[in-house]
Design a protein around this ligand. Structure first.
Ligand code: NAD
Length: 494
């Protein structure tokens, strides 16, 4: 009898003890210590991961260094590296159901979100695999009798620290781009969700990625994460997570004088002008804040609405928000639980702040009656009007709370949009093409969508932030360039 995805996602990995992947081999933490991995749906430990320390991180870095200096990967032709990555893409597709179930149980996200994430993970390996042999250097006009050219070379050993919200997607975009350029990698996934990436790293071996090229070390941020970011034998660091931890990782990188890519938080605005097509806009605006229960760096968490359509927009969104239901991951409801108790407590703080400031709650969804007691559920809430200087309008909440803010004209909309410490993504909704382009130019963000919005996904589209949202770019070809260093070669041939 075949098992359904929901059944698999309910039971998968139950009581398993996972290992790190170091030098192509499964390795428990040298100390033998483990950490329980909590299912956000019911708050219970369901399996165990290694609690790695400095010695495990060093073993992983040594394996990556050996693979880079002595192994075949950096000397394998770009075409062949690309083929291996495309084989990995195929293996992810073949194991799609298992990976979806793992991602859903581990993060608590609804099945269809996890399903989409695994599709995107496979697509990263396809995209970067097929791009591996299309990255070329330049020839540079210089002195007579000389030829100057640039080579794009791998950094060497790349350290990567990733968060819990999209482990398969974010892990895959880093692994695929780093390996396509010939780097070797040590990845520290989040202690709150890391199973899909452990499984993808295992599949990489089957696809033909040589031992030691990808190493995954699980553990706590302040232990394994700090050991990785401060290690002197790392050549480049890429970090996706909170601005606070990003600052710690950058300080550690500065001591070792290495480059970093920082993919940090956001408080992304969606700007709705009176001439926008609301039927098109409102479903996208709703999805952009409830996707992954709002735990998306690029969540559209502020909705700027031109005053003349305020009431109409409130009505349209009330209808949607009032019908939203949160439930356990395998129920595949509108949204799943939050990742952890601390995340749920954080959201309660924002609710209390909103209450103290008497910010109106315009609409709220519900939690399903059969959602397990111990799970970290929250209801999606529509707040408004929200004062622009309040915590609700300024801080990254990382939950399904949408803050509505009125504006009068383009100038005020741009000022409010730019008036937070972040600059990751923005959406502009208008039928006026000239205005759309003026707004796209005025907004300080890494991505601006016009009459659309993409939270996550968008493999081909360079992605990253300005201001506190970080620096450097992942996704698209820009992400591949980021994983390389330019060497200039000058030849005097007379
Ligand atoms: P986090 O910063 O708490 O943790 C991220 C990673 O850093 C985890 O693997 C964690 O173990 C590790 N870490 C924690 N302390 C560390 C330390 N002292 N040294 C080294 N590593 C350490 O973030 P999170 O709660 O996992 O994720 C949520 C944050 O990530 C949000 O701010 C969100 O916006 C951001 N994010 C950004 C993007 C992006 O692409 N811009 C994507 C997803 C998430």
């Amino acid at each position: 009898m075949s098992v359904t995805l929901a059944e698999l996602a309910r039971e998968i990995a139950q009581d398993l003890t996972w290992s790190n992947l170091i030098g192509g081999k499964p390795q428990p933490a040298i100390s033998g210590e483990t950490l329980g991995l909590v299912s956000p749906s019911d708050g219970e430990d369901f399996c165990f991961i290694p609690r790695s320390g400095l010695e495990d991180v060093e073993a992983a870095i040594d394996a990556a260094r050996d693979a880079f200096e002595l192994g075949p990967w950096a000397r394998t032709s770009a075409t062949e590296r690309g083929r291996v990555l495309m084989r990995l893409s195929e293996l992810i597709k073949q194991n799609h159901m298992e990976l979806t179930a793992l991602e859903s149980r581990d993060t608590g996200k609804p099945l269809r979100q996890a399903d989409a994430d695994i599709t995107v993970a496979a697509r990263y390996f396809e995209f970067y695999g097929s791009a591996a042999d299309k990255i070329a250097g330049d020839t540079i006009p210089t002195l007579d009798g000389y030829t100057a050219l640039t080579l794009r070379e791998p950094h060497g050993v790349v350290g990567s620290i990733i968060p819990w919200n999209y482990p398969a997607q974010i892990g895959s975009r880093v692994i695929a781009s780093a390996l396509a350029m010939g780097n070797c990698l040590v990845m520290k996934p989040s202690e709150e969700a890391c199973l899909s990436i452990l499984r993808i790293a295992e599949l990489a071996g089957e696809a033909g990625v040589p031992d030691g090229v990808i190493n995954v070390v699980c553990g706590l941020g302040e232990e394994a994460g700090a050991a990785l970011s401060s290690h002197s034998d790392i050549d480049y660091l890429t970090f996706t997570g909170s601005p606070e931890v990003g600052a710690l990782v950058q300080r550690a990188a500065a001591v070792n004088h290495i480059g970093t890519t920082m993919e940090l938080g956001g408080k992304s605005p969606q700007i709705l002008f009176a001439d926008a097509d609301l039927e098109e806009a409102l479903p996208v605006i709703t999805k952009a804040i409830i996707q992954n229960a709002g735990q998306t760096c690029s969540a559209g968490s502020r909705l700027l609405v031109q005053r003349e359509i305020w009431d109409m927009v409130v009505l349209g969104l009330q209808e949607r928000f009032d019908g939203l239901v949160a439930n356990r991951h395998d129920a595949d409801a509108d949204l799943g639980p939050l990742i952890s108790r601390s995340q749920a407590e954080r959201l309660e703080t924002f609710m209390s702040l909103a209450h103290e400031m008497e910010i109106p709650v315009l609409a709220a969804g519900t939690i399903a009656e059969d959602a397990p007691q111990g799970g970290y559920y929250t209801v999606p809430i529509l707040f408004g009007p929200v004062p622009t200087d309040s915590a609700l309008a300024q801080q990254e909440i990382f939950g399904p709370f949408l803050s509505m803010i009125p504006f009068a004209d383009e100038e005020e909309a741009a000022r409010i949009a730019n008036g937070t410490p972040f600059g990751l993504v923005a959406g502009v909704w208008t039928d006026d093409a000239k205005r759309a382009m003026r707004m796209a130019r005025a907004i300080r963000a890494g991505q601006v969508f016009i009459n659309s919005y993409g939270a996550g996904g968008g493999v081909e589209l360079p992605f990253g932030g300005v201001k506190k949202s970080g620096h450097g770019r992942e996704k698209g070809l820009a992400g591949l360039y980021e994983m390389s260093a330019i060497k200039t070669v000058v030849m005097n041939h007379g």
